[in-house]
Design a protein around this ligand. Structure first.
Ligand SMILES: NC(=O)c1ccc[n+]([C@@H]2O[C@H](COP(=O)([O-])OP(=O)(O)OC[C@H]3O[C@@H](n4cnc5c(N)ncnc54)[C@H](OP(=O)(O)O)[C@@H]3O)[C@@H](O)[C@H]2O)c1
Length: 338
């Protein structure tokens, strides 16, 4: 049996996460038991939610245990199987974590899913046609529920969730305006992803200035907003919302290191009779098949061309993850293992 390299959480961050919070270890792979499948990981997904799991504090999910392999989505190939539904060569998506191989109990419902790579590249099952894509779908379709012609916005627009949101909203006839960090990201959002406009928040010193730029990009106001960041971006959007606007609160990445994110004008929730709803995509498994079907079609037909930032090799995962938390990624952040 080959050795399996894995990255474990060694200690918890005090404030900002660092590479010293992680440790690489190696272990021999165990013999497979009945019902188990050995998967060789080709790509590992890095996602902002992992930062929250590194803390001990109470949240919607259990903290990542110290000394255990870091949690994470993976795609790869079955190399050995003692389960009748899987055979060597099958391409699969699962939650294998930050390691080269995983042994999966395939009898656990949802633990391992076969994927078809005829029209969708394997790596996209961790992005646009995976958890981030479904996240965008849920917030847009179930919370914002836009009508054709409405204006909808999204922060972190060039990222894994934001890019899928743009394609889904365009497909519903909306005016879609993104907010992203930097000229290159904004250009990509408009030219490659087909948003109607994108605003570089880094060009604005405060939320009032950003809000002025939003007024130009959204002449009819904002009917729906998908929040990935929090802080100044959310404050600026709130000022431009229409009556009965809906805000899907997906992430607050600006505060993941523990800094408070006060809201400048909460009275607007009342004045504009807004609906603001937070959600966790894994609590809505019932929508995944419908969402994945639509997302797969958008990617397969070229209507959604997601971009990826790919780090090479397991040892590169911690730095790539820390970069993701600072916006150094451009599109879905992955680690290529094979
Ligand atoms: N609720 C759920 O179930 C669920 C599921 C998946 C993801 N999420 C959330 O969705 C959001 C997007 O996730 P993703 O996987 O698509 O990541 P992503 O957008 O591909 O990458 C994160 C992006 O956040 C932006 N960012 C980071 N720090 C920032 C800051 N201080 N201020 C402003 N922007 C900052 C950066 O983009 P810029 O350079 O453009 O700033 C960075 O590229 C995250 O908040 C994540 O936690 C939630």
């Amino acid at each position: 049996m080959p050795l399996n390299h894995r990255i474990v959480l060694d200690n918890r961050p005090q404030g900002e996460a660092t590479a010293q919070n992680f440790k690489m270890i190696e272990l021999p792979l165990p013999e497979l038991k009945d019902g188990e499948v050995l998967v060789c990981h080709h790509y590992l997904s890095l996602d902002p939610y992992m930062r929250g799991r590194m803390n001990e504090s109470k949240s919607y999910a259990q903290p990542q245990a110290l000394g255990e392999v870091m949690i994470g989505g993976t795609v790869g190939e079955v190399v050995d199987s003692r389960h009748p539904k899987f055979k060597a060569g099958d391409q699969v998506v699962g939650m294998g974590g930050w390691q080269e191989f995983s042994v999966v109990d395939a009898n656990v419902i949802g633990a391992l899913r076969k994927v078809d790579t005829t029209h969708v590249p394997l790596s996209h099952y961790l992005g646009a046609v995976g958890m981030p894509g479904v996240t965008a779908w849920y917030g847009l379709v179930k919370i914002i529920a836009p009508k054709a012609g409405e204006t909808v916005t999204v922060s972190a627009a060039s990222g894994a969730v934001g890019s899928a949101y743009g394609a889904l909203a365009k497909a519903r006839g909306c005016r879609v305006v993104g907010i992203a960090g930097g000229k290159d990201k904004c250009e990509y959002v408009v030219k490659e992803l087909g948003f109607d406009a994108c605003i570089d928040y880094k060009e604005h010193k405060d939320y009032l200035s950003l809000s002025k730029a939003l007024r130009q990009a959204c002449p009819n106001g904002i009917d729906g907003h998908f929040e990935n960041v929090g802080g100044m971006v959310l404050d600026a959007v709130m000022l431009r919302t229409n009556a009965f606007a809906r805000i899907a609160v997906c992430g607050m990445i600006a505060g993941y290191d523990g800094a408070p994110l006060p809201m400048a004008n909460p009275a607007l929730i009342l004045v504009n009779r807004m609906k603001i709803e937070g959600f966790i995509v894994s609590e809505h498994m019932e929508v995944w098949p419908e969402a994945l079907q639509e997302l797969g079609t958008l990617v397969g037909t070229g209507k959604l061309r997601p971009r990826e930032s790919v780090a090479q090799g397991l040892a590169a995962a911690p730095e790539a993850f820390l970069g993701l938390l600072k916006g150094k990624n451009f599109g879905k952040q992955l680690v290529k293992l094979v």
